[in-house]
Ligand binder design. Structure first.
Ligand SMILES: [Zn+2]
Length: 445
């Protein structure tokens, strides 16, 4: 397999395929969509390696680098830990329950330092980008920003993070931010507002949009959760539970299952049935799926239990997006009340002494309900994606530092003025421009 040619580090071991028009093309590391003029579709990666071949001498996300769209890797990158909890299995009466834990839980070998699975996507997105790249613009509800902040800062990758003000509390990090990373807080905004501003910034020279679910690096980085599960358990799970905002992780897990089915098991193996969950009261994907239409109803996420799930514009209708993934997997979307999510949090704390992120609590609560309602047979295999956990535990072990914004903007402020101010953040002498990084990635590999 020609995974990466040292003499030609930008030569890639995969191509990009448009699932709608069938066009295949080489990746430049930044591309987000098909160049042809047709309705939206999520580009797919097509790897030269067709078999599932984890690198057994590598830990973390880059263990699966033959199925990652990267030309370089980063030493010390974390990954998912797949484990069983006898206590929780007994509590639920679900002996074949596996937890895909993404976070900090040192006794179990979990060391994602920003405590969510967003760290997986950050490593894969950066590994995909060319060595000399424009400033990466990332919109986030909070957790993605924390992941990119930590990784871009450590490896000196120029990055602009745009978050709504309510996400700032997620950016409590082990290390102070280096000047390569600039943080903009949008006041009175939600995630969709942050995305809109990020897209406007990225239209200016010197910036490139990370692109969220459209970035194959992001999705394939998140796909490693399923790869890790199959490597650990030896089979695709029958049921897969995850809480979703944009549903990038769920789409990625579905894509991973299809790739694994082609590369490992019999094609007769059923794909995992997706059980996706959202906050009761803010559930645009649930509403759309119940109606089986493309319509997304506006929601107010200000009182949601898990605000990281409050994306009012998820990629539902787009080709190979949420609706297609649910259809292909015979999936289901559930909603979870605040009290149920809090009860699930308590179960994990009482039985395993580990704290859950709100989104992971929503997913766990949806599993508890689905089991109790008989939607999941008790003898079936189940994978619960614990998308984040251990933040309280991390703060006990390390003195975390709150990242301070470099700029605060009003969501309804004048757009051109906001863009000028953001550009100005990268004009100062100590600001981010590609230069010699303090920590070199292990690239090319
Ligand atoms: Zn196309």
């Amino acid at each position: 397999m020609n995974w990466c040619d040292v003499k030609n580090p930008e030569k890639r071991h995969y191509s990009l395929l448009c699932p709608l028009c069938g066009q295949r093309r080489a990746d430049d590391g930044l591309m987000l969509s098909c160049a042809r003029n047709h309705s939206p579709a999520l580009l797919q990666t097509s790897y030269e390696e067709r078999e599932f071949k984890p690198l057994t001498d590598v830990d973390g996300v880059f263990r699966y680098r033959s199925w990652l769209p990267v030309t370089r890797t980063f030493a010390g990158a974390g990954g998912t830990t797949v484990l069983r909890s006898e206590r929780i299995s007994r509590f639920l009466g679900l002996p074949r329950l596996w937890l895909a834990f993404n976070g900090y839980w040192p006794e179990k070998g979990c060391f994602l330092e920003t405590c969510t699975f967003k760290e997986l996507e950050a490593y894969a997105v950066l590994g995909r980008m060319p060595q000399e790249s424009p400033v990466l613009v990332v919109a986030s509800a909070g957790n993605t920003a924390a992941a990119f902040a930590a990784v871009c800062s450590r490896y000196a990758r120029p990055c602009l993070l745009i978050i709504p003000d309510r996400g700032l509390g997620r950016l409590r990090l082990r290390e102070a931010l280096r000047p390569d990373v600039r943080l903009v807080v949008l006041e009175g905004a939600d995630y969709a507002d942050a995305i809109a501003l990020a897209e406007a910034v990225a239209n200016r020279p010197g910036f490139t949009l990370e692109g969220g679910v459209r970035n194959v690096g992001r999705r394939d980085g998140l796909a490693t959760v399923m790869y890790r599960a199959v490597e650990e358990t030896g089979e695709l799970p029958e049921h897969y539970f995850q809480a979703v905002g944009s549903a990038a992780g769920a789409i990625a897990s579905h894509e991973a299952a299809k790739r694994l089915r082609e590369g490992t098991a019999s094609r007769r193996t059923a794909l995992p049935r997706l059980f996706l969950s959202q906050n009761a009261g803010f559930a645009p994907i649930h509403t759309a799926w119940q109606g089986r239409t493309g319509a997304l109803t506006p929601h107010d996420g200000s009182h949601a239990f898990a605000d990281e799930l409050t994306n009012r514009c998820p990629p539902y209708e787009v080709h190979s997006g949420v609706r297609d993934s649910l259809t292909e997997s015979a999936g289901e979307v559930l909603t979870v009340e605040r009290a149920s999510a809090m009860a699930a949090t308590k179960v994990f704390w009482d039985l395993e002494q580990i704290d859950l992120e709100p989104a992971a609590a929503v997913a766990a609560a949806s599993l508890f309900t689905a089991v109790n309602e008989g939607k999941v047979p008790r003898d079936s295999s189940v994978l619960l994606n614990v998308t984040g956990g251990g933040r309280a535990r991390l703060s006990q072990d390390f003195a975390l530092q709150q990242a301070e914004p470099h700029l605060r903007l009003k969501a309804d402020g004048p757009r051109d003025e906001s863009l000028d101010l953001i550009e100005g953040l990268f004009a100062t002498p100590d600001a981010a421009r590609p230069r010699k990084p303090p920590v070199q990635p292990t690239a090319p590999v």
